[in-house]
Design a protein around this ligand. Structure first.
Ligand SMILES: [Zn+2]
Length: 147
């Protein structure tokens, strides 16, 4: 898959995230001072301002907090991928991130559906993007969930 104009540009503080992704590992930045998780990677902890940060492996599982299907009007470099599905994932570890939902059921997914991380190599670039796929039973059409 190619992304002509929308590749991540790693910073010194986000490089470990992208390096792990290339190895098909999903990691979360953590603060060694206050033990909280940080998403997206930052230079210092947004909670206690410590610069003593580290990385933890994540299960890469969670649920869809928000979802939209982009069918038209894609930004530069994304037109060839229409339609595509953008989601905000609330990871089981408690932090959220924006990503893409891929797979045959992506366009019919709903808030609350379980997802699991997957990885998508970008053709022609040394970049692997974390993306998500539906994981398990979908939320019923009426929006209620069994627990
Ligand atoms: Zn902290």
């Amino acid at each position: 898959m190619s992304f002509a104009h929308a590749l991540p540009v790693p910073t010194p503080w986000s490089a470990p995230y992208w390096e792990a992704s290339r190895k098909k590992r999903f990691v979360l930045q953590c603060c060694n001072a206050c033990d909280r998780l940080i998403m997206y990677p930052k230079r210092f902890c947004p909670f206690c301002l410590s610069e003593d940060l580290g990385w933890r492996d994540s299960a890469g599982t969670g649920e869809i907090y928000s979802i939209t299907v982009q069918r038209a009007g894609a930004p530069t470099g994304f037109s060839e991928h229409l339609p595509y599905v953008l989601i905000i994932v609330r990871l089981d570890e408690g932090v959220q991130l924006m990503s893409r939902l891929i797979g045959p059921d992506a366009e019919t997914a709903r808030c609350g559906d379980r997802v699991k991380v997957d990885f998508q190599d970008v053709a022609g670039a040394d970049v692997t993007l974390p993306v998500f796929r539906l994981d398990g039973a979908k939320t019923p059409a009426n929006g209620s969930r069994s627990t």
